[in-house]
Design a protein around this ligand. Structure first.
Ligand code: BES
Ligand code: MN
Ligand code: MN
Length: 464
C-alpha cells in the first residue's frame, strides 16, 4: 500500500502547481474591489474538493463572502473530522517591498528553506496550509485509506473577522456536526520541532477618529491657537501605556488569567533564542510588559497596538496645514477570560474620556473575538501528537500562540467539539508581511502528517 510519503513523492509537482494556480487569484477579503477574485477562489476550492474525492461540494452564499462546504461520508457511524480553513488573504501592501509580485507565485530558496519556498500572498496564511488538507484527503481517498468521515468548511472572511461564518454556523449546526475540528492556520516552532497550538489570543479591533476644526487650516494663521487633531491623537495614544508598558485603560486587566508558576516554568522550557529573534526581525532590542518574557508577552499577555495612523498632508514636499481630522486603527490582543465586547466598551469609554477640550473623539468598533485554550489531555490532542510522532519522530510541544482565529472559540459553542490546531508555518514565513512564503518542505510534510491524525483520531475515538 502506498504510504503518504510515497504518494507525495509521485505527486508533489502536481500539488505545487495546483496550489500556485490558487495563489494567483488575489482573493483579498478586506477590499470590495477584489470581490470577483474572492468568488473565483471559492470556485477553485470547491473544484479541488471534488477532485480530492468529496461526494459533494458547494459554494454557499452568505450575507458576505461565500463559504465553501464539502464532505465525504463513508459511514455515518464512524467519527467525523471537520476541517476549517480560509481562502481569503490579507491585502498585499506595501507592494513595493515584495521581491516578486504577490500574486505571481514563484519558488525561491531561502536559508531556512533550502528546498525552496513558494512566495505569494496567502502561501502560508492560509491557502497553502488549507490546501495540505485537500491533498491529504486526495491521498486518503485515492489509496483507500480514509478511516472516517470528513467535512470541509473553507471561508472567505477570516482576515476580516469571520462575520458571515457565525451566520453560517447558526444555520447549519446539523450539517456541520462533527467529532473534532482540525485547522492548519498557525505555525510550528521550527522544521525539526513540531508543536501544537494550544491557545489563541482574542481580539478587539477599533478605529478612532479625532476631529478638530471644521476644515484643514493654515498652520501659520491658526497654529498655536487651536488643537491639532494629529498632535492630540498621538498624545492620547501614548498615554495608553505606562512606563512598565502596561495598558492604562481602567479595568483592562481585571479578568486577565494569571498563569501558575508551573505553567510559566513550562513555557520557559520551549526552545527560544532571543538573539536570533531580534536578528530575524532586525531590531536592536525587545520591548514589552515589565516582568514577562518575550514568549509570554507574545502569547499569554494582552496587548494594545496601533496598526495604522493617518491624517493631514503626506504627499510630496511640504504643505503647511493643521488637519481637521486624525485617525488610527487600534487592535487589542486579549487572553482567556477576557470578553472582547466588554474590552471594546472599556476602551471606548476611556478613550473618549481622555479627549482634551478642543477636539471631539469617536471610537468605532470593528470586530473581535474571544481567546481560546485547548486541553492537552483529550484524545484530540493525543491524536495530533501521535501524528507528529509518526512523521517527525518526536512529540509535539504544546504552545500558546499570540495570533487570533476568532471563530475558534465560537466553534465550541455552536458545534460542541474541540478544535485541534496543527500548524506547519514558521514565524519567518512573513504572513501578513511583504514576501510571505511557505516552505515546500512544510507543505509536503503537512500533507504527510494529516492522514496520520485521521487514523489515530478514529482509532482513539472508536475505542473510547
Ligand atoms: N492564521 C492567522 C492567525 C494566526 C497565525 C494564529 C499564526 C497563530 C499563528 C489568521 O489568518 C489571522 O491573521 N488572524 C487575524 C485575526 C483576524 C480577525 C483578522 C490576526 O491574528 O490578526
Ligand atoms: Mn490565517
Ligand atoms: Mn491571517
Amino acid at each position: 500500500m502506498l504510504s503518504p510519503k510515497d504518494y507525495i513523492e509521485k505527486n508533489k509537482d502536481a500539488f505545487l502547481n495546483e496550489l500556485i494556480e490558487l495563489l494567483k487569484i488575489p482573493s483579498v477579503s478586506a477590499d470590495p474591489a477584489f470581490k470577483d477574485d474572492v468568488n473565483a477562489a471559492a470556485k477553485v476550492v470547491k473544484k479541488s474538493l471534488l477532485a480530492a474525492g468529496c461526494d459533494t461540494a458547494e459554494v454557499c452564499e452568505t450575507p458576505g463572502l461565500p463559504i465553501v462546504y464539502g464532505e465525504k461520508i463513508i459511514d455515518p457511524k464512524l467519527p467525523t473530522v471537520l476541517v476549517y480553513g480560509h481562502y481569503d488573504v490579507q491585502p498585499p501592501d506595501p507592494i513595493d517591498l515584495w521581491t516578486s509580485p504577490p500574486f505571481e507565485p514563484v519558488i525561491k530558496k531561502t536559508d531556512i528553506h533550502p528546498e525552496g519556498a513558494i512566495f505569494a500572498r496567502g502561501a502560508c496564511d492560509d491557502k497553502g496550509q488549507m490546501f495540505m488538507h485537500v491533498k491529504a484527503l486526495q491521498y486518503m481517498t485515492e489509496t483507500d485509506n480514509l478511516p472516517c468521515n470528513v467535512k470541509f468548511m473553507i471561508e472567505g472572511e477570516e482576515e476580516v473577522g469571520s462575520v458571515s461564518l457565525e451566520w453560517f454556523l447558526e444555520r447549519n449546526q446539523d450539517k456541520l456536526e462533527n467529532d473534532v475540528i482540525l485547522i492548519s492556520d498557525t505555525g510550528m516552532i521550527s522544521k525539526d520541532t513540531p508543536s501544537i497550538t494550544t491557545g489563541l489570543r482574542g481580539l478587539s479591533y477599533v478605529e478612532v477618529e479625532v476631529t478638530g476644526p471644521n476644515r484643514d487650516l493654515h498652520s501659520g494663521l491658526y497654529g498655536g491657537a487651536v488643537a491639532n487633531p494629529i498632535n492630540i491623537l498621538n498624545k492620547m495614544i501614548a498615554s495608553l501605556q505606562d512606563e512598565d508598558n502596561r495598558i492604562t485603560v481602567p479595568g483592562f486587566y481585571d479578568k486577565v488569567e494569571e498563569l501558575s508558576k508551573e505553567e510559566r516554568q513550562k513555557m520557559a522550557e520551549a526552545p527560544f533564542d532571543l538573539d536570533e529573534y531580534k536578528e530575524h526581525i532586525g531590531i536592536p532590542d525587545v520591548r514589552g510588559e515589565k516582568a514577562y518574557s518575550t514568549l509570554e508577552r507574545a502569547s499569554i499577555r494582552p496587548t494594545l497596538d496601533v496598526n495604522g495612523i493617518w491624517g493631514g498632508y503626506i504627499g510630496e514636499g511640504a504643505k503647511t496645514v493643521i488637519a481637521s481630522k486624525a485617525y488610527a486603527k487600534i487592535s487589542m490582543r486579549l487572553v482567556p477570560n477576557h470578553n472582547w465586547e466588554e474590552i471594546t466598551e472599556l476602551f471606548k469609554k476611556h478613550f473618549e474620556s481622555i479627549a482634551p477640550a478642543g477636539v471631539t473623539v469617536e471610537v468605532k468598533p470593528h470586530h473581535g473575538g474571544q481567546a481560546y485554550v485547548t486541553p492537552i489531555d483529550g484524545i484530540e490532542y493525543k491524536a495530533a501528537d501521535l501524528a507528529f510522532k509518526d512523521t517527525f519522530g518526536k512529540d509535539a510541544i504544546p504552545l500558546r500562540s499570540g495570533g487570533s482565529i476568532p471563530i475558534v472559540s465560537l466553534f465550541e459553542g455552536y458545534l460542541k467539539s474541540k478544535t485541534i490546531l496543527m500548524g506547519f508555518g514558521l514565524n519567518s514565513d512573513a504572513i501578513h508581511s511583504p514576501n510571505e512564503h511557505f516552505g515546500v518542505w512544510n507543505f509536503l510534510k503537512g500533507i504527510e502528517t494529516i492522514p496520520y491524525f485521521y487514523k489515530h483520531f478514529t482509532d482513539l475515538k472508536t475505542k473510547s
